[in-house]
Every structure is written in structure tokens, then in C-alpha cells.
Design a protein around this ligand. Structure first.
Ligand SMILES: [Zn+2]
Length: 435
């Protein structure tokens, strides 16, 4: 039995899918106008982990996992204007990069990846329903959701009205009846991407995109809705309001699951703060995707994750150890203790501790693969790719030291030094750099 912390209930709950043969999960995906940073990668990796766990418990065909692509947005429009290209040039480029970067972290593509620009019809339809039922109104080419029409608004974030208005950083616009009202549709100037609608030529707001695509692809009420903590308000609150009001009060999701931030120093990593570490820069620096994946899974998903060099080094050392333990073994039985840890609200730190204590090589490999780790052979891991040979010799030196053969350890260090490779022993293991 999987237990998940549900943000709506503010407690861990047993995960009971409405239909165990068709479990539905939706995670808010990228707005494609720039390279993904490691903070953007955290939800992709966390929900990839949850996907593997659900399939382990309920069967390979049990889950439909959808992650959207936001390919119409003011930032995309601004990027396209700056480059003097069509918005599709920007969105296709950065979607490709996103899939490449996440693929390197062992994140499989979702089963369904709806694109906002392909789903304007379902959005216009839902907006029309909300207008007809008095939950939305048209004004000056815009359509706005009327927050006052929804008595349950704010249930997820539990904010009072003043905090919600401040948190949404809403503009007080003359066409709004209430400053808390949010945009479902907005007008597009002639030179800006847009679609015809009953309210004039325009484009959708961000929130309606998810509500309409969830209904179109997964149904009115889904099992799990996920995303980063920063999406709780206003994005998920607004998704809930739209969907519940369009569906006679039926809930949008039965479980709300949110991952914490990746921190740089004391601050959340974010594009707007300018303190981002890009996934592709880490890969280009020679870090293996599996190392970055483990680094992202090393803390509990709901806790903040401080991103440091030593976290990367520690994750690499842990994987070296696991690859040595698994050796050439084929995947055997998944360890029950590892499954139990992951099933308790994705307790990856406990799962990793249990994994490290396993004695059976086949079980190490199978259990690690449940976390998306140990996907290659030990030989590939130590020898493959750039620096693979150096890594293999560092591993051989560590083994020599472990059996107290310091002569051999020193010989390997000198040999590498002769090739211009300097070894540095630290608390997270041995790293190397060229002199
Ligand atoms: Zn969303």
C-alpha cells in the first residue's frame, strides 16, 4: 500500500485509486522558453519515481501519466519577438532540450504530453461553460473567473483573501470586478499569436490550460495531481476552482502531491532570482545523469534540497559503491524493505540506506532500478563515457586502499598524475581534475 502526503488534507493518506486498472496522474509540465535548471528537474524526477512505484504496486499498464507542455505564454511571445522568429521556433527548440535533459536524468517521457496550442478547443469550451454558469464573465476582450462565485476558493492553499491577492501579485485592472479574479482568456494584438473565440481573437490564461487538458485526456476527477510547491497558489488553486465549478462541485484530484524547492544557499533556485544551475551545464561538466538523479532523490521530496558540489560528489560515491555491489549481476528480486520505504510517502533517504545495506547483488540492482538507478552495467559505469577510464582507475585505487594495499593505491595516483590528472580525496569520495 502506498501512502502519500496530500496537500489538501495536510496529512499522509493511503493511496486508494478510483480505478486501480486506470490510475490517472497529471503533473504540470514546463513552459518552454529556456533551458531547464536543476530545480525544474526535481518534479520531473520525483514524479518519475512515483510513476515507477505505482506501476510496481499496481502493474505496468495501471497508470496513465500526463504532463503538459505550455507552449503559449507571454514569456514565449517575448522570446520569439526578441529573436524575430515565430513562437513555434522557440517552443519546439526548448521542448526538445527539455526532453533531452530529462532523458539524461532517467526521466521517461509521460504517456500523454498535451500541448496547449493543440487544445484551444477544449479550453474555449470550458470557459464557455463557466461563463454560462455565472462563474466567469467577459470584459474588454478578456474572460475572468469570478472568485467570489466560488465559496470553496482557497481550500488548497488555506490563505485568507488579502494573502491570496498579495500572493498572486495581481494587477488591479479596470475590467476586473474583483482584484482576486483571474484571467481565463485574454485578447491578442494582431501581430501576436491568437485564436478566434466567442470573446474575440485571443489566447488562454495558463490555469485553464491544465483544467481543460485534464478533462480532455484523463477525466473530470483524477487520482493524483502533482507539481512543485510554488504551484499550490495561485496555479493549483485556480485549476481547482475552474474544474470544480465546471463539474458541479466534483473534485479535480483526489490526492495533491507537491515537491519542495531546490535551494542555492538560502534562496530558492529560480530563473527570476538569476541563481540557476542548468541541467545541461552539469552534464557538460561531466556529471553523469544518474548522479544528478540520485542527488535530486537523496533528500525527501517534500523537504528543501540544498544544491551543493558535495551533494553531487556524495551521490557519485554512493553510485560507485552500488555499482561495485551489483557488479555484473542481472536484476533479481526487488527488496521488500526498499519498497516499503518508498511506499511511505516516497521516503528515498530511507530507501537508499536500505539499498546500501543489501547483500545480494541481483537485489541491489533490481531495487536500485525501482529508483531509476543502476541502469547500466558496472563496466559501462566505470569505463564508459568521458572520464570513464579515469573513474575506473579511481575505483581501483579505492579498492586497493580498502584492502590496505597502499603501494598499489599510490602507484595509481602517480600514474594518473603522470597523465596530468590530479586526484582529490574528500568526504564525498575522490574527485579528479586536470592540472
Ligand atoms: Zn497546471
Amino acid at each position: 500500500m502506498i501512502r502519500l502526503y496530500d496537500t489538501m488534507a495536510r496529512e499522509k493518506r493511503e493511496f486508494v485509486p478510483a480505478d486501480p486498472k486506470r490510475i490517472t496522474m497529471y503533473v504540470c509540465g514546463p513552459t518552454v522558453y529556456g533551458r531547464a535548471h536543476i530545480g525544474n528537474a526535481r518534479p520531473a524526477v520525483v514524479f518519475d519515481m512515483l510513476r515507477r512505484l505505482i506501476r510496481h504496486h499496481h502493474g505496468a499498464e495501471s497508470l496513465v501519466y500526463a504532463r503538459n507542455v505550455t507552449d503559449v505564454d507571454d514569456k514565449i511571445i517575448a522570446s520569439a519577438a526578441a529573436e524575430g522568429v515565430d513562437t513555434s521556433v522557440i517552443t519546439e527548440r526548448y521542448e526538445r532540450f527539455y526532453l533531452e535533459d530529462m532523458g539524461a536524468l532517467g526521466v521517461a517521457p509521460p504517456d500523454i504530453a498535451p500541448h496547449a496550442t493543440d487544445e484551444i478547443g477544449p479550453m474555449v469550451e470550458m470557459i464557455g461553460e463557466l461563463v454560462a454558469s455565472g462563474h466567469a464573465y467577459a470584459a474588454e476582450g478578456h474572460v475572468l473567473f469570478s472568485v467570489a462565485s466560488d465559496a470553496d476558493y482557497g481550500a488548497l492553499s488555506r490563505r485568507d483573501r488579502e494573502a491570496m491577492i498579495a500572493g498572486a501579485r495581481v494587477e488591479v485592472a479596470p475590467y476586473k470586478r474583483d482584484p482576486a479574479d483571474f484571467v481565463l482568456w485574454k485578447p491578442s494584438a494582431a501581430d501576436v499569436v491568437g485564436w478566434d473565440s466567442p470573446w474575440g481573437r485571443g489566447r488562454p490564461g495558463w490555469h485553464i490550460e491544465c483544467s481543460a487538458m485534464i478533462r480532455a485526456h484523463l477525466g473530470e476527477t483524477i487520482d493524483i495531481h502533482g507539481g512543485g510547491l510554488d504551484l499550490i497558489f495561485p496555479h493549483h488553486e485556480n485549476e481547482i476552482a475552474q474544474s470544480r465549478c465546471a463539474h458541479g462541485g466534483r473534485p479535480l484530484a483526489n490526492y495533491w502531491v507537491h515537491n519542495g524547492f531546490v535551494d542555492m544557499g538560502a534562496e530558492k533556485m529560480s530563473k527570476s532570482l538569476g541563481n540557476v544551475v542548468l541541467v545541461n551545464d552539469l552534464l557538460d561538466a561531466g556529471h553523469k545523469g544518474e548522479v544528478l538523479r540520485l542527488a535530486l532523490l537523496s533528500g525527501h521530496y517534500r523537504s528543501p534540497l540544498p544544491w551543493t558540489e558535495s551533494l553531487i560528489a556524495q551521490s557519485k560515491a554512493t553510485l560507485d559503491g552500488l555499482y561495485r555491489a551489483a557488479g555484473d549481476a542481472e536484476a533479481g528480486a526487488v527488496d521488500a524493505g526498499v519498497v516499503e520505504a518508498l511506499s511511505d510517502d516516497l521516503n528515498t533517504p530511507l530507501a537508499m540506506a536500505r539499498l546500501g545495506a543489501l547483500g545480494d547483488a541481483g537485489s541491489v540492482r533490481a531495487s536500485a532500478q525501482l529508483l531509476g538507478l543502476l541502469t547500466m552495467s558496472a563496466d559501462e559505469w566505470f569505463r564508459g563515457g568521458e572520464g570513464g577510464d579515469i573513474e575506473a582507475r579511481i575505483a581501483a585505487r579505492a579498492e586497493a586502499k580498502a584492502r590496505r594495499d597502499f603501494g598499489e593505491a599510490d602507484r595509481i595516483r602517480s600514474e594518473l598524475a603522470g597523465e596530468g590528472v590530479l586526484l582529490e580525496d574528500g568526504p564525498g569520495g575522490t574527485t579528479w581534475r586536470r592540472t
